[in-house]
Design a binder for this molecule. Structure first.
Ligand code: 4AD
Ligand code: MG
Length: 455
């Protein structure tokens, strides 16, 4: 009886293995006189297993139906391959066609454009690139949990449906069961008031940090930002740690250690896929990872960042002025041109930041920080939170928000309030940074962007 094994384990074998069974999809078939070579892949690793089918062998009679894209089950012996470029091949005894694929299978040849592959997002995981991207995504999700679990952070599942706009940017998707003019009768709606898909689990994470000390969330978040850029998705995954008894300094230290740890995990645990990204996607990707692993992050206040940009002599598309948000082109100038390093910018003007950030003693800036990386710009946004009751109430008023709507959040400042801080890392932005893939649509299994929710 042959034993079923994933191709990854077979290719890592250090000795021949008789009687093994593999299952997977045919990438290519080459026919020679009397035999065929199948490249079979089951997604467990980047490499294909070469399968040799002897046309005379009774168990290989169906060889000529095993075309590109078909699924197969092959029993045979793993032997040293005489061909160069691979150590092992499988000599088939029994080859069974599981599901045929006709000549209209869209992935016949290599080198399809990323745009075309987005239109067949249900099939693209069968390509080398997308197999590598989604294996990487899985390993890094594991590395995220490991990072926090090793540091005694408790994983909290914050709600996906909420009734508050954490970021105050009005980029909310409404959740409703009503039809017609839904704003005319919000009381009749399912939750008795307007509800939305969450833009951030932060407010709820704060409640848990003020009880369990160190917590994190890792889940989907939603933003109806109508910006059709390569770095924005309407549905993306965010990781949000929150720490009680922590200030901005501690927050920046955790954020920087986190980015370094994930770069290291990429280097150490995704080696084969990383080689592929370096060869075909971004030849600087490893150098960039090593840079982040080895070099300390540059930290500087927002005001200094503005001065550096103004003195740079560069003409930017968006104006550089104290009191305006940094745009991606500015962030990239700081990391790629000026510092040639990852950069943490802190102490932003209070006017451009949400109500929950802690007011600094200067009365003008808040204890906010953004981590910027080369190639992407902002990858992390975070802050120390306003823990003083009267100041939080003043912030809400200043931003035109009603205290009743945030009563439970304000309550946390009434009962045992503590200094606390946290941040959010966009998981897809991180994946773009670590793989070199240039468009956020290509690191999400099925991307949701303006005008696009196919699949
Ligand atoms: O800077 P943001 O808006 O911060 C927050 O949501 C805070 N509540 C986080 C916190 O302090 N707990 O978003 C955090 C990160 C950004 O730095 C970016 O990486 C990512 O989330 N992000 C997006 N990623 C993909 N598509 C979008 N539309 C994104 N918007 C933000
Ligand atoms: Mg931000």
């Amino acid at each position: 009886m042959a034993t079923y094994t994933l191709i990854r384990h077979l290719l890592a074998s250090d000795q021949p293995r008789p009687e093994v069974l593999v299952r997977g999809w045919v990438r290519t078939r080459r026919d020679l006189k009397g035999c065929s070579f199948l490249a079979v892949n089951d997604g467990s690793c980047l490499s294909h297993l070469q399968v040799v089918l002897d046309h005379q062998a009774p168990g290989c009679a169906g060889w000529n139906q095993m075309s590109t894209g078909s699924s197969v089950e092959i029993a045979g012996d793993l032997v040293e391959s005489p061909a160069p470029g691979q150590r092992w091949e499988l000599q088939a005894r029994q080859a069974r066609l599981v599901g045929p694929a006709g000549p209209d299978y869209p992935l016949q040849k290599k080198g399809h454009s990323l745009e075309f592959l987005r239109e067949i997002a249900h099939l693209r995981p069968r390509t080398n690139l997308f197999g590598a991207v989604f294996r990487t995504r899985s390993r890094l999700a594991h590395a995220v949990h490991r990072f926090f679990q090793e540091r005694d952070f408790i994983y909290v599942h914050t709600p996906i449906i909420t009734t508050s706009d954490c970021e105050g940017a009005g980029e909310l998707f409404r959740v409703t069961t009503l039809r017609g003019d839904i704003d005319a009768r919000p009381g009749e709606d399912f939750f008795g008031k307007p509800a939305y898909l969450t833009v951030s689990g932060q407010l709820e994470a704060e409640a848990f940090a003020c009880a369990l000390t160190r917590v994190y969330t890792f889940g989907p978040t939603f933003r109806a930002e109508n910006s059709n850029t390569s770095r924005h998705a309407a549905e993306f995954w965010m990781i949000e740690p929150e720490m009680a008894f922590c200030d901005l300094e501690g927050d920046m230290a955790l954020a920087e250690a986190f980015v370094k740890a994930l770069a290291r995990a990429m280097r150490e645990e995704c080696a084969e896929d990383l080689d592929f990204f370096e060869r075909f996607i971004d030849r600087d990707v490893k150098a960039r990872l090593d840079f982040v692993i080895e070099r300390p992050f540059q930290r500087l206040p927002y005001a200094e960042a503005i001065e550096i940009l103004q003195r740079s002599g560069r003409r930017f598309e968006h104006p550089v002025e104290y009191g305006r948000n940094l745009q991606s082109e500015h962030e990239r100038h700081l990391t790629e041109q000026h510092f040639k390093a990852p950069v943490t910018v802190f102490n932003y003007p209070r006017e451009i930041k949400p109500f929950y950030m802690r007011l600094n003693d200067d009365g003008r800036t808040v204890a906010a920080m953004d981590v910027l990386v080369p190639g992407i710009g902002e990858i992390i946004g975070g802050s120390q939170r306003e823990e003083r009751l009267d100041q939080l109430q003043a912030n809400l008023r200043a931003q035109g928000l009603k205290e009743e709507d945030y009563w439970w959040y304000v309550d946390l400042r009434r009962f045992g309030s503590v200094p606390h801080a946290g941040f959010g890392l966009g998981f897809e932005r991180l994946l773009m940074f670590l793989t070199g893939v240039g468009n956020i649509r290509d690191v999400i299994p099925f991307a949701r962007t303006p005008g696009n929710a196919e699949f």
